[in-house]
Design a protein around this ligand. Structure first.
Ligand code: AMP
Ligand code: FE
Ligand code: FE
Ligand code: ZN
Length: 287
């Protein structure tokens, strides 16, 4: 069993990098990908711990990008994996610029929440996170202050794209992100494609095919938001479009309750070691 999608408390997970590695070892995950949003800090802190335990640790990241489809512009998550050495210094600098735009979004989000009658400050939310502050940290403060009873409610009422107080973040175009990842030495993978929300499988495949034509390398076939039919469909798409396949739980600790590292929701994720072998073989050939 392997798990190529997980988050530490350096982004919006609740486990420290050490806790995440120790949990992976305890539950029998043989290879773990740490894919924090917009930071490599969790992977870096986890690396020595993984080495002590003999855990195969994979360096990854999850980026928020934008793409045009359906009714307009949407946020699309992209995973990037660095399987031969780490990301280039140029890629790290690009990631640092993404962090800066996230910080700027947070300032506007605080202002917007204040305008909607919420008593909340940037200091309070930043105190919840480490390398970066994300909306799950906002959700936590809203819960602690009694504005909402759950993370779900915080998103529904205040933080989701559909909420009146939501503010846009300046994120890179997906094709630019694909190019940056390739130039930085990484493999780009479309994360949890079910969240694109396509109703028609033909339109979904056409959109993913367009990204493949622009250099997208892979697609996340196994994910805790994918049911068996989704997984089968994405497997088929990966075969028809010649894309690599990845999978993982998207474990966030207490920020995504009911989800286990390695196995997902009630065991709905199961990723074989061959998936990683194929990924590594593809990267070795490409070099
Ligand atoms: P940010 O990167 O700060 O815009 O926050 C995005 C993160 O918030 C996602 O990666 C999820 O971890 C979390 N998130 C987004 N939507 C929801 C939701 N409806 N319920 C719970 N968590 C969410
Ligand atoms: Fe997240
Ligand atoms: Fe995601
Ligand atoms: Zn994720």
């Amino acid at each position: 069993m392997i798990d190529l999608h997980s988050h530490t408390n350096e982004s919006d997970g609740t486990f420290t990098p050490r806790e995440l590695v120790e949990t992976a070892v305890r539950v029998g995950v043989e290879a773990l990908g740490i894919t924090d949003h917009d930071t490599f800090a969790g992977h870096e802190l986890a690396a020595p711990v993984a080495q002590q335990h003999g855990l195969d640790l994979i360096c990854g990241i999850e980026l928020s990008t934008r793409a045009q489809f359906g009714k307009g512009q949407k946020t699309v998550h992209m995973l990037a994996y660095f399987l031969n050495g780490g990301p280039s210094p140029e890629f790290r600098a690009w990631v640092a610029s993404l962090l800066a735009s996230r910080r700027e979004r947070n300032v506007r989000l605080i202002r917007s929440l204040n305008e909607h009658g919420i008593d909340i400050s940037l200091g309070e939310v930043e105190a919840m996170g480490r390398s970066l502050t994300g909306r799950p940290h906002f959700a936590r403060v809203l819960m602690n202050k009694g504005y909402v009873g759950s993370t779900e409610e915080a998103f529904r009422k205040y933080l989701a794209e559909s909420a009146p107080s939501f503010v846009e973040r300046d994120s890179p175009e997906i094709v630019d992100a694909i190019r940056e990842v390739a130039a930085g030495g990484g493999v780009s993978v479309l994360a949890h494609p079910v969240r694109l929300g396509f109703r028609k499988p033909e339109e979904e495949e056409q959109f993913i095919g367009g990204l493949a034509a622009k250099g997208l390398r892979g697609i996340e076939v196994w994910h805790s938001d994918h049911n068996a039919a989704n997984t089968a469909r994405y497997f088929g798409i990966s075969q028809r479009l010649g894309l690599l396949r990845t999978g993982g739980t998207d474990f966030h600790g207490a920020n995504k309750p009911g989800l286990e590292l390695g196995t997902g929701r009630a065991g709905n994720v199961s990723v074989n070691h061959e998936v990683l072998d194929e990924l590594r073989a593809a990267v070795a050939v490409a070099r």
